[in-house]
Design a binder for this molecule. Structure first.
Ligand code: F0G
Length: 462
């Protein structure tokens, strides 16, 4: 008998039967494209980008099974079989009784927070994603982040940096009063904190603390499958459990979830709000009808619901998760070996380069992370996103304050790029790193009143 091979090469757990060409450009062409875009990668035409790591949201490749479901979808207004397939899949994985389809994650957040939160309320979360925070604040409530201190330290190797600080949770409940906390939420994985996972023990404990005080506990479940995989890899007692069982246990501690199916739903659009509470479900459904659509399609076409019903299971496939999370770790290992500063350990869906450290010669208000993101595009046609002082620096009173960190997020679309794309990406990052002294800061020449990073126009400093 031959010994089993333990291959070091990461191979994609699929073969490719439909391809989309990407366009190679020269540095001079990219210079021109970036100048035309006001030096803002958001304003580039995607056709001018070689490797697009702007987001992992809705950018993944669908499987032949998903396309098959889409062709066979039921587009009935009410009671479509495609809805019942989605409902069955979500119930099977989460155990929640009510499943309300929405056009994407933020629509589920809108329905949930409009229904349960009001001025004077405080919503607690490990870290609110931007849209979650915006919806909480939109109804006049406060959004408070309670991630553990390790979660804010780029080089701290804690295995579950997305965990909630349980002492801070207890203290916040004491201070605010349970009657003013409509919901405790846990974002898995913690996107804003670097795609970092939350342990099962932490989910269980946060749920217990919330329930002791009669406060509902929900998951922001966008990347639930990636979180389940990290629990399998890193938490004692889970190594032999299937990702789907781990996911079921995660959801068993929650009263409901919001979901963007553009992430671990493996779809290009869609989401849902799911829960157990009869009364809350009736109230949420009324708003769903008003803002999204009839409860058996919400914001989606039948074919979108088919893609998600199938995609949720594919996201939990062991071979897929091993490949996905291993690819991130591989990049992290190469960056560490070359001394390139980045958030460690690597998370589930993205790599976060630490521009604050890499470009310490550029002061925060000359936007080092913006400069790094643009350099990656100029040198290699790679598009990432700044998470730094352009995104967070502008204060409500119009003044500027440096962000807590200066990061560039490189988020990976699911099943889209291969090992050679990753190796090329590493060459580009190392190439920029070698020339980092030559990078200059930027100044903003035009900006909108809120969320300026999406539309601002900038200029490189001389
Ligand atoms: N929650 C988390 C944790 C997210 O990462 C996102 C989206 C949402 C909610 C909102 O979902 O986009 O379907 O409305 N994150 C994307 C990103 C946009 O690039 O990280 P949505």
């Amino acid at each position: 008998m031959l010994q089993e091979l333990r291959p070091q090469t990461i191979i994609e757990p699929f073969r490719i039967r439909s391809v989309e060409p990407i366009r190679f450009t020269t540095v001079a062409e990219r210079e021109a494209a970036l100048r035309k875009a006001g030096y803002n990668p958001f304003l580039l035409h995607a056709g001018d980008v070689l490797i697009d790591l702007l987001t992992d949201s809705g950018t993944g490749a669908m499987s032949s099974q998903q396309w098959a479901g889409m062709i066979a979808s039921d587009e009935s207004y009410a009671g479509a079989s495609s809805f019942y397939r989605l409902e069955a899949a979500v119930q099977d994985i989460t155990g929640f009784r009510y499943v309300m389809p929405t056009h994407q994650g933020r629509a589920a957040e809108n329905i949930l927070f409009t229904t349960i939160a009001r001025p004077g309320h405080v919503v607690l979360n490990n870290t609110h994603f931007d849209t979650t925070r915006a919806h909480v604040e939109h109804v006049g409530a406060e959004a408070r982040d309670l991630v553990i201190p390790e979660g804010r330290q780029p080089r701290n190797l804690h295995p579950f940096k997305g965990n909630m600080d349980l002492d801070a949770l207890r203290a916040a409940i004491r201070e605010i009063g349970p009657e003013n906390i409509p919901l405790v939420m846990m974002t898995v994985t913690n996107n804003s904190g670097g795609g970092q996972p939350v342990s099962m023990a932490n989910i269980r404990a946060a749920s217990e603390i919330s329930h002791e005080h009669g406060i509902p506990f929900f998951l922001d479940a966008c990347r639930f499958a990636e979180n389940a995989w990290f629990i399998k890899l890193r938490e004692e007692g889970y190594a032999d459990r299937a990702p789907i069982d781990i996911a079921r246990e995660m959801f068993s501690y929650a009263d409901g979830c919001t979901m963007s199916a553009k992430k671990d739903g493996m779809a290009n659009i869609g989401g849902y709000l799911a829960m157990n509470d009869d009364d809350l479900a009736v109230r949420c459904q009324s708003l769903e009808i008003l803002t999204e659509g009839f409860p058996t399609y919400g914001g989606m076409a039948g074919y979108d619901m088919e893609a998600i019903a199938q995609g949720l299971y594919e996201a939990l496939d062991e071979g897929y998760l091993r490949y996905r999370i291993r690819s991130m770790a591989y990049i992290g290992e190469r960056l560490a070996a070359a001394g390139v500063p980045h958030v460690q350990p690597t998370g589930g869906h993205a790599i976060y380069l630490d521009a604050g450290e890499m470009l310490s010669h550029i002061s925060p208000l000359e936007y080092p992370a913006w400069s790094l993101a643009n350099a990656l595009y100029l040198l290699g046609g790679v598009r990432g996103v700044e998470i730094g002082s352009v995104m967070f620096g502008k204060q409500p009173d119009g003044s500027e304050k440096p962000a807590a960190m200066e990061l560039v997020r490189l988020a990976f679309p699911r099943r889209v790029y291969t090992q050679s794309h990753v190796d090329y990406l590493l060459e580009v990052i190392l190439g920029v790193y070698a020339q980092r002294e030559a990078l200059r800061g930027y100044r903003i020449v035009q900006q909108g009143p809120v969320l300026r990073h999406f539309t601002a126009r900038l200029e490189p400093l001389a």
